[in-house]
Ligand binder design. Structure first.
Ligand code: NAP
Length: 220
């Protein structure tokens, strides 16, 4: 049986709010934190008693799994600031290493062949475990394509098989079907512009049946 770990969402913008909202729909308790306690309290009031607001330092002490729903550079800062407190914990990185370009679109802020997942993996606190997850879809789909029948897929990547079940449970509780793409070296496939991202070659949400039709043995 899978015991559910305590999860905290740090950063309550588009993605953090969508993840917390999905988890409540999935009947999973969640700690929420942002730079101000007011933002966390407001979200808790809106979503109800499954959502516990905290400041970031308290959330990091309390939870086992962290969804860092902040921009790529802010994840690096958080890992550095809370390096000791995050030892041995599970870090979920949904980030896309992008910034607005001059043409109203987005450009990558790291090398073309680099991934945020691999860079974050180099910065992990001692014994912390990393999953790249919850960033495969744009926020509209993360919110609106959750809890569908048949379920839509969220891809994830991790080097640490011991956390597969916890990450899969987190994805299930968000109302999606988990599919592992492989290790962190596969992160680039599920970040923006990647072949399995909604804003990449895939270009849409996808169900498990459609994943099977991709006929890629590593994804079955
Ligand atoms: N939006 C999408 O469709 C989408 C899709 C997939 C993945 N992602 C990824 O998800 C992450 C979050 O994106 P988003 O669209 O949700 O961004 P967002 O709406 O700008 O939200 C970011 C949140 O993080 C907070 N924050 C910033 N620095 C922080 C820090 N050091 N500690 C704690 N909180 C901090 C911000 O607070 P303030 O308001 O105080 O600045 C804000 O509430 C990004 O890495 C992005 O690449 C986004």
């Amino acid at each position: 049986m899978n015991t559910k770990l305590k999860v905290a969402v740090i950063g309550l913008g588009n993605i953090g709010t969508a993840v917390a909202t999905n988890l409540v729909k999935g009947n999973r308790a969640v700690i929420v934190a942002d730079r101000t306690i007011e933002k966390a309290s407001a979200l808790s009031q809106k979503l109800g008693s499954l959502v516990q607001p905290m400041d970031i330092a308290s959330a990091i002490k309390e939870a086992d799994v962290f969804v860092f729903a902040v921009w790529f550079n802010a994840i690096k800062e958080l890992l550095n600031t809370y390096a000791t407190e995050l030892e041995g914990k599970i870090i979920v990185d949904p980030s896309n290493p992008i910034a607005p370009d001059e043409k109203g679109g987005f450009k990558k802020i790291i090398g073309q062949t680099e991934s945020a997942g691999e860079i974050i993996a180099e910065l992990l606190p001692k014994n912390a475990k990393l999953a790249k997850a919850l960033g495969t879809l744009g926020v509209a789909s993360l919110a609106n394509a959750a809890f569908q029948k048949p379920a839509n897929v969220l891809f994830y990547a991790t080097d640490d098989g011991s956390i597969n079940a916890d990450i899969e449970q987190l994805i299930l509780d968000n109302g999606f079907e988990p599919v592992r793409v492989g290790g962190i070296d596969q992160s680039i496939r599920i970040e923006v512009f990647g072949d399995l991202h909604e804003f990449g070659a895939l270009g849409k949400t996808i169900t498990k049946d459609e994943v099977t039709q991709l006929a890629e043995p590593s994804l079955q």
